[in-house]
Design a protein around this ligand. Structure first.
Ligand code: SF4
Length: 331
């Protein structure tokens, strides 16, 4: 299709993997990058707590996701794409995926499926590239960015599942700036909802019939690294980052919440840099104690924010600081 980048730009589409980078700009830079060999990569890693929209999209809209990938291949002039799949997701869609891959092979499009052990860092685009290349799943120093030097050193266009799905809708003039939202309430996965991107968090909860009848607070954009809001802030904030919304009872003890976050961060740290490797371990150990030492926690969090190599270590302040400010009422 001609002018797909222009259409994506006019639609205002941004990446749905969490970073919200304008999709048209990313596609244009890979298209413009010099090089005869280029690749498209679909990232279906989804290793963050509270996220399960990618598997919903893969199970219900796989053909559209692959159509988005083919449009990307045509745009950057390649016939080769990698489908990076969380191994649990691969089990669920491999039959349907295999059939579509065979159909596209008749038109010379090659889809290589890369099945990975689910991990948070596997969703980081350069770590994902290293994993596909057979190296340890660890992030690379940027620049160069994948659009200039990605997979095997070639310009590479990486988008997540929801982004490719949206591109297919844009191509058919069906895109409406909707967002998928994975809703978890009181520890239970409720469902994946689809609603206009400008709906407030309050509207999402009310319109889907999930507004709790008890006092609560929420976490948005990942149930480990996402931002925490209190009930009064719901009408002023929208879904951001990755599409998840988790509702916690107001009675939930900070200890329980911090344990959930720090255990996740300690388990998911890839170990490449000391501030995150050691910091996540130290935070996790601090939670072993009965009382919460906020001073020590904040000192470690601050060091990690300033000195960690990648977004995983740097992001730990987001949930901790927003929880302290918006729920505990501290500065
Ligand atoms: S911040 Fe954490 S995840 Fe990122 S490179 Fe360092 S150790 Fe790995």
């Amino acid at each position: 299709m001609r002018n797909i980048i222009k259409k994506i730009d006019q639609a205002g589409l941004v990446g749905r993997g969490g970073a919200e980078f304008p999709t048209a700009r990313k596609w244009q830079s890979v298209k413009d990058a010099p090089g005869k060999v280029k690749y498209v990569v679909c990232n279906a890693s989804e290793g963050e707590l509270g996220l399960f929209k990618d598997i919903f999209i893969l199970e219900h809209h796989l053909a559209e996701v692959m159509k988005g990938m083919v449009l990307a291949m045509d745009t950057i002039k390649t016939k080769k794409a990698y489908f990076n799949l969380n191994q649990n997701y691969h089990k669920k869609i491999k039959g349907k995926l295999g059939k579509l891959i065979k159909q596209y092979a008749k038109q010379d499009y090659e889809f290589e499926v890369f099945v990975e052990h689910p991990s948070y860092i596997g969703g980081e685009e350069t770590a994902l590239l290293d994993a596909i290349e057979g190296k340890r799943t660890q992030p690379r120093l940027k620049p160069p960015y994948p659009s200039d030097a990605g997979l095997f050193g070639a310009p590479t266009l990486i988008n997540n599942v929801e982004t490719f799905y949206n591109v297919a809708l844009v191509a058919e003039d069906k895109y409406k700036n909707d967002r998928f939202c994975c809703l978890t309430v009181d520890g239970k996965r409720i469902d994946v909802y689809r609603q206009p991107a400008d709906w407030s968090l309050e509207k999402i909860l009310r319109e889907t019939g999930n507004y709790p009848d008890y006092d609560f607070f929420v976490q948005v954009g990942g149930s480990a690294s996402g931002v925490v809001y209190n009930q009064k802030q719901l009408s002023k904030n929208k879904l951001s980052g990755a599409g998840s919304l988790e509702v916690y009872r107001a009675s939930m003890k900070p200890h329980q919440l911090l344990s959930q976050w720090f255990e996740f961060y300690a388990a998911e740290s890839c170990g490449k840099c000391a501030p995150c490797r050691q910091g996540t371990f130290n935070l996790w150990k601090l939670i072993d104690k009965k009382t919460i030492d906020w001073k020590k926690i904040m000192a470690i969090v601050e060091t990690m924010e300033k000195t960690s190599f990648c977004g995983l270590g740097k992001s730990i302040g987001v949930p901790v600081r927003s929880y302290l400010k918006n729920v505990e009422g501290r500065k």
